[in-house]
Design a protein around this ligand. Structure first.
Ligand code: COA
Length: 386
C-alpha cells in the first residue's frame, strides 16, 4: 500500500485537461490560456464556455451560449416561497446550498438515476450546466432581498452575466467599472484545478448523483474558512488591525500564537497567487477611477502584505486570491457574507466542467484508509461492562 499523505498533498486524484497551476512560477492557465490573457481579452461567459468545451468558441457559438444563459435566468416562484420560510439570519452560503439542492426538486434532473447512460449524453450535461450557472446569481441576489424583507429584483435578459448580477443585487443599472471588476473577479474565480470543492464535486458526480447534488456538495465545501470562506475572514482581520501602522505588530502577535493569517498561503503556490496580483491591480484601477481615494482597508492590506513578506515568504506563504477580492467586494457595496456566494457563482463553471469531464470517463471514487483502530474483538454485553 502507498504511504498515507495528510490532506492528500501531492496525490493526483484525477487526470484533467481543464486547468493547470505552476506553483513555483505563479502561473495559472485555463485550457492552456494564461489567466492574465483571459482577464484582458475574455468575458466570464466566454471563459465558461472555454472551460466547458475546451477551446475558445467561435462568435456564433458564444452568441448561442450567451443567449442560453440569458434565457434561463428566471426561477420558479415557489423557490422564493421556500426562501421566505428560512430564518433571515441564515448564512448566505447555507441558503445557497439549500436553494441549489431545491432546484433538483423544482426541476428534476434524475436522468443519471433512471438511466446511467444518459449522464454521458452531452446535450443533457450541457443543458443542466447552463441552467445551474444561469440561476446561481438569481438565487444569491434573491436571498439578499428576501432576508431584508423585500421582494427579489427580477433578472434582465438585456444585461451581461456580471451586469445582471449587480443589477439584481442593487436594483439599479451598474456603473461600467463595477461591471468590469465583477466580470474579472468571475473569470479569476471560475476554475482552479482539483481544489477541495472541485474534488467534492468530482466525488459526488462519480456516484452519478444529479448535478444539483454535485453543486450543492461543492458549495458546502467551498463555505469553509480554509477555502472560499477566507475572503470574509480577511475583512474581519483587516478591520481588527484597524490601521496600517499596526500591521507588523499585529502580525507578530498572531504568528507567535501560531494563528492563521487569512488570505495567505496556498497548497499549490509557493509564490504570490497570480490572481491576487491581478486583483491588486484591479483595485488600484478602481481607486484611480474614484479620484485616488483609497479605502483604509487597502492601505492596511498593503502594510500587512509588506510585513508578511519578511516573516512568511521563506515558508512560501504569500497572499492568495481571497486577500484582495474581499476588499474590492466591500468597496463595491457587496455585503460581507455574500462574498463566498459570489465566489460560488463563478466556481460553478469549474465544478460543472469537471463534472462533465468526470462523466466522460467515470469510475466511482472509493479511496482506501490506514486503519488505526482496535483489532477485532468480541462484543461485551452491557450488563458485563461494569
Ligand atoms: N498564516 C500563517 N502561516 C501559514 C499560513 C497562514 N495563512 N498558511 C500556511 N502557513 C504556514 C503553516 O503554519 C506551516 O508552517 P510550519 O511548516 O512552520 O508548520 C506552513 O506554512 C505550511 O502550511 P500548511 O498548513 O501545511 O499548508 P496547507 O497546504 O495544508 O494549507 C491553506 C493551505 C490554504 C489551508 C493554508 O495556507 C491556510 O489555512 N491559509 C489561510 C486560509 C486561506 O486564506 N484560505 C484560502 C485559500 S485560497
Amino acid at each position: 500500500m502507498s504511504d498515507y499523505l495528510p490532506g492528500l498533498e501531492g496525490v493526483p486524484a484525477t487526470e484533467s485537461n481543464i486547468s493547470d497551476i505552476d506553483g513555483n512560477k505563479g502561473i495559472l492557465s485555463y485550457r492552456g490560456y494564461p489567466i492574465q490573457q483571459l482577464v484582458e481579452h475574455s468575458t466570464f461567459e466566454e471563459t465558461t464556455l472555454l472551460l466547458l468545451d475546451g477551446d475558445l468558441p467561435s462568435a456564433q457559438e458564444l452568441a448561442i451560449f450567451d443567449e442560453s444563459l440569458r434565457t434561463n435566468r428566471r426561477v420558479k416562484f415557489n423557490i422564493r416561497t421556500l426562501m421566505k420560510a428560512l430564518p433571515s439570519t441564515g448564512h448566505p452560503m447555507e441558503i445557497l446550498q439549500t436553494a441549489v439542492a431545491s432546484l433538483g426538486v423544482f426541476y428534476p434532473a434524475n436522468e443519471c438515476l433512471t438511466s446511467p447512460e444518459s449522464c454521458t449524453n452531452l446535450d443533457y450535461v450541457h443543458n443542466m450546466t447552463v441552467k445551474i450557472i444561469a440561476r446561481m446569481p438569481v438565487l444569491v441576489t434573491m436571498w439578499e432581498h428576501i432576508r431584508n424583507g423585500y421582494d427579489p429584483i427580477e433578472p434582465r435578459s438585456d444585461l451581461s452575466f456580471a451586469a445582471n448580477f449587480l443589477y439584481m443585487l442593487n436594483g439599479e443599472e451598474p456603473d461600467p467599472i463595477y461591471v468590469e471588476i465583477m466580470d474579472t473577479c468571475l473569470i479569476l474565480h471560475a476554475e482552479h484545478t482539483i481544489n477541495a470543492s472541485t474534488f467534492a464535486a468530482l466525488v459526488t458526480g462519480s456516484t452519478l448523483a444529479s448535478p444539483y447534488g454535485v453543486v450543492a456538495a461543492a458549495i458546502g465545501t467551498l463555505s469553509g474558512p480554509l477555502h472560499g470562506g477566507a475572503n470574509e475572514k480577511v475583512i474581519d482581520m483587516l478591520e481588527e488591525i484597524d490601521n496600517p501602522k499596526n500591521a507588523a505588530a499585529w502580525l507578530d502577535k498572531k504568528l507567535k500564537n501560531k494563528e492563521k493569517i487569512w488570505g495567505f498561503g496556498h497548497r499549490e503556490y509557493k509564490v504570490k497567487d497570480p490572481r491576487a496580483t491581478i486583483l491588486q491591480g484591479l483595485f488600484e484601477k478602481f481607486v484611480a477611477d474614484r479620484g485616488g481615494i483609497v479605502g483604509p482597508l487597502f492601505e492596511t492590506a498593503l502594510a500587512l502584505e509588506a510585513a508578511a513578506e519578511d516573516r512568511l515568504a521563506a515558508k512560501g506563504v504569500f497572499p492568495n486570491v481571497d486577500f484582495y477580492s474581499g476588499i474590492l467586494y466591500k468597496e463595491m457595496g457587496i455585503p460581507l457574507d455574500q462574498f463566498t456566494p459570489v465566489f460560488a457563482i463563478s466556481r460553478a463553471a469549474g465544478w460543472l466542467a469537471h463534472w462533465r469531464e468526470q462523466l466522460g470517463d467515470n469510475r466511482i471514487f472509493r479511496p482506501t484508509q490506514v486503519y488505526t483502530g482496535s483489532p477485532n474483538r468480541d462484543y461485551v454485553l452491557r450488563s458485563d461492562r461494569g
